[in-house]
Design a protein around this ligand. Structure first.
Ligand code: KIV
Length: 273
C-alpha cells in the first residue's frame, strides 16, 4: 500500500517514481483542477496529481481542450499546489503554448513553473516537439510526455477513437516514446492505445509509463477525477471505471436543500444566531 494508507507522507519526486517502477510498485495518478479536490486527492494517497488541460472540458464546459490558455492553466495549477503536500504535481502545457517554436515553449514553461509552483509539466507529442522538450528539460524543468490519443490534436485525428492500431502508427509511437526517454522525460502517458502496444513500450522504457485506456501492463494508471467519481455524465469509454456516483449524491443533496428551504425546514433553531 502506498501514500496515505501506509502512512508514507514523504513528497513524491521524479526520482521516487523511477524507484517505484524499478521495484514494480504501480503508480496512481488522477487529475485535479482546484484546491478543495486536490486536498482530498492528495490526502487519499494518489502519487501524481495532473492539472490536466481537461480542465477545459471539465471546468469550463468546452467541447475540446484547445481553448484553455496559459493564464487559465496557471490559475488551476496555483489552486492545486496550495492544496497538495505529498503528490507530485504535473501541469499540462496548453495547446498553442509550445507547438510554434522551442523559444516560445521554454518561455511559457518557465512562466508556468514560476507562477503555478507545480513540480513538472506535461506536453503532448513526440518527434514534432522533441527540440522543445529537450530545451525545457535543459532549463531544469521535469517533463512528462504524452502519446497515443493526444486530445490537442483532435482536429487532425477527427475522432477520439483508439490510436496506433495500425503498424505504421504503432511504430511511430514506439519511436517517439524512445525519443522522449532519450530527451530526458521522467515519465510518459499513453492514452487510448492497444494494451499489447502499451505493454511493449512500458517494458522497453526505463521511465514510468502511465496509461489511460492502455491496459494493465504499464507502470501506473491515470483517470480524470470527475469521471471516476461519477460527476460527469454521457461519457462512458470502456477504460473508465466509476468509483462513485457523485452526480446522484450531489443532485439528491441539492434537491433536499431546495426542498428544505421551500418548506422553511432550513435553517432550524440550532442553525441560527
Ligand atoms: O488533461 C488530461 O486530463 C490528461 C489525461 C487524460 C492524461 O491529459
Amino acid at each position: 500500500m502506498a501514500g496515505y494508507l501506509s502512512g508514507d507522507t514523504r513528497k513524491v519526486t521524479t526520482h521516487r517514481l523511477m524507484e517505484m517502477k524499478q521495484r514494480g510498485e504501480k503508480i496512481s495518478m488522477l487529475t485535479s483542477y482546484d484546491y478543495t479536490v486536490a486536498q482530498i486527492v492528495d490526502g487519499a494517497g494518489v502519487d501524481i496529481i495532473l492539472v490536466g488541460d481537461s480542465a477545459s472540458n471539465v471546468m469550463a464546459g468546452n467541447a475540446t481542450t484547445l481553448p484553455i490558455t496559459v493564464d487559465q492553466m496557471i490559475y488551476h495549477g496555483k489552486s492545486v499546489t496550495r492544496g497538495v503536500k505529498r503528490a507530485l504535481v504535473v501541469l499540462d502545457m496548453p495547446f498553442g503554448s509550445y507547438q510554434a517554436d522551442p523559444y516560445d515553449g521554454v518561455k511559457n514553461a518557465i512562466r508556468m513553473m514560476k507562477e503555478s509552483h507545480a513540480d513538472s509539466l506535461k506536453l503532448e507529442g513526440g518527434e514534432e516537439v522533441i527540440d522543445t522538450v529537450r530545451r525545457i528539460i535543459g532549463a531544469g524543468i521535469p517533463v512528462m510526455g504524452h502519446l497515443g490519443l493526444t486530445p490537442q490534436s483532435i482536429n487532425k485525428f477527427g475522432t477520439y477513437g483508439v490510436r496506433a492500431k495500425d503498424e505504421a502508427e504503432a511504430n511511430k509511437l514506439i519511436h517517439d516514446a524512445h525519443l522522449l526517454e532519450e530527451a530526458g522525460c521522467f515519465a510518459l502517458v499513453l492514452e487510448k492505445i492497444p494494451a499489447k502496444l502499451a505493454e511493449r513500450v512500458a517494458s522497453e522504457l526505463t521511465i514510468p509509463v502511465i496509461g489511460i485506456g492502455a491496459g494493465s501492463k504499464v507502470d501506473g494508471q491515470v483517470l480524470v477525477v470527475a469521471d471516476m467519481l461519477g460527476m460527469t455524465q454521457g461519457f462512458s469509454p470502456r477504460f473508465l471505471r466509476r468509483y462513485a456516483d457523485l452526480h446522484t449524491v450531489m443532485t439528491d443533496a441539492i434537491g433536499q436543500y431546495v426542498s428544505d428551504v421551500k418548506s422553511c425546514d432550513f435553517p432550524n433553531e440550532s442553525e441560527q444566531y
